[in-house]
Design a protein around this ligand. Sequence first.
Ligand SMILES: Cc1cc2nc3c(=O)[nH]c(=O)nc-3n(C[C@H](O)[C@H](O)[C@H](O)COP(=O)(O)OP(=O)(O)OC[C@H]3O[C@@H](n4cnc5c(N)ncnc54)[C@H](O)[C@@H]3O)c2cc1C
Length: 388
Amino acid sequence: MPGKKIQPRWGQTPWTIHFQPKSPVRKLPRVADFVVIGGGFTGLAAAAWLRHFSPEQSVVVLEAVRVGAGASGRTGGMALAETAAGNQPGLGDVLAGLRHTLRTFEINCDLDLRGAWEIAREDHARSAGSPISWQDSGTLRVVNQVDGGTLDPGKLVSGLAQAANRAGAQILQNHRVRGIQWRANPEVELAGPSGRTKIITAGNIIFATNALSLRNSGLQQGMHPRLTLAVLTAPVAEKLLEEIGLAARKPFYTVDFPYLWGRVRKDRSIVWGAGLVHSPDSNDLDAVNVADPEPSRIFAQLEQRVRHLHPALAQVKFTHRWGGPILFRDSWKPVFDWHPRSAGRKNVIVAGAYAGHGVALSSYLGKWAAEILTGGARSLPKWGQLDE
Ligand SMILES: Cc1cc2nc3c(=O)[nH]c(=O)nc-3n(C[C@H](O)[C@H](O)[C@H](O)COP(=O)(O)OP(=O)(O)OC[C@H]3O[C@@H](n4cnc5c(N)ncnc54)[C@H](O)[C@@H]3O)c2cc1C
C-alpha cells in the first residue's frame, strides 16, 4: 500500500499514513445509520467501535481531505492520561482504554507507556536530581512524572482507519461536509471530489472535526482554534541524549511558560514543539500556510531556543517543520455533548477541544460515543457539556 504524505500547506510530518480503502465506493449511500464527520483519531475509533458494537448497521466516515489530515496525523504523539483540565468525574482510565482499542483491533503503533515528565523553571525541591537541566528563560528541570508515553501517530491513524474499514465502515476521503439540514433524521450535505453537492440522510451523527469546521460542529462559544507548531531534529548520537538528559526517552512538557514539549523518536531524532498561530482574518485554520512569514518566524525562534537549551544541542540540525490544528476551550475541558441543534433528539454527538491532550483521549471518547449511540449503558458526562 502506498504511504501518503500529508498536506504540505501545514508542513511535512516525519511519518507517513498507510491507508487505502478496501473497496472504493462508486456510489454514495443516500442513507446511513451512522455518519461520522472527520477522519482523525476520534472519528476513526468511533467508526471501528460502531461496527464492532452494531455490525448490522451502516457506518460512513466523511473526511474532507485524507485520514489524519488534521491534528491526528500531525500530533506530537505523546499519549497522556486524563484531560487538559486534569481528571474528571467518571472519566475512567484513558490509557487503559487506548490499550484496549489497540488490542481489540490488533493495531501496532509503537505505544510505549514508560511515563512522561513535567518540566518547569522553578528552583524547587521537587526538581532535585532532575536528569534535565536546560537554559530557557530560567533553568528547566523535571518536577514530576505522570502516566503516559509515546506512540507513532502515522501508525495509529493507519491502524484505526484500516480497522474501521475492515469492520465494514465506508471511509470516504475528499468528501467535505458543507452543512447539515437539521431534521429528525439530519441530512448531511457534502461535496465529493467532483465538487457536486450530495446528501446523506443520517440516523445518527458523530462530529469529530475538532478544531475545524466549527460553524457546523457548534464549537464556537469560548473556543480558540490555533495551528500549533513542531520541528524535528536529525537523529542524534546516544551520547548527546545522555548529555541533555533524554536517554530515558520519556516525553516531556512544561507546566509553566514559555511552553515547550517534545520526545525522542525510535531513530533518535527529537520532536520539539512550541508556538501557536491563529488565522488572522477568521477562525478558519485552513487559511494558514506554515510557509508564511509569521509561522516561519516562530519556527526559526523555536529552533534557536532548542539550540540554546544545552551546549550539546548547539549544532543540531533540523529536518522537518510542521503544524496542526488544535482547539482550546476557555475551561480547558474537552467537549463531549449532544450537538445543540439535536439536543432533544439525542442523535448527534460532538467530541473535541482536547487542547494538547487528545492523543489517547480522542480515541477513548470515540469509543464512548459509539457505545452511547448503539444503545450501550453509558451516558454523556456533565464535564463534557458545551455550557460547562
Ligand atoms: C502539533 C500538535 C501536537 C500535538 N501533540 C499532542 C501530544 O503530544 N499529546 C496529546 O495528547 N495531544 C496532542 N495534540 C492534540 C491531539 O493530536 C488532538 O487532540 C487529536 O489528534 C484530535 O483528534 P481528532 O480526531 O478529534 O481531530 P483531528 O485529528 O483534527 O481530525 C479532524 C478531521 O476532520 C476533518 N474535517 C474537518 N472539517 C471537515 C468537514 N467539514 N467534513 C469532513 N471532514 C472534516 C479534518 O480533515 C480532520 O481529518 C497535538 C496536536 C497538534 C496539532
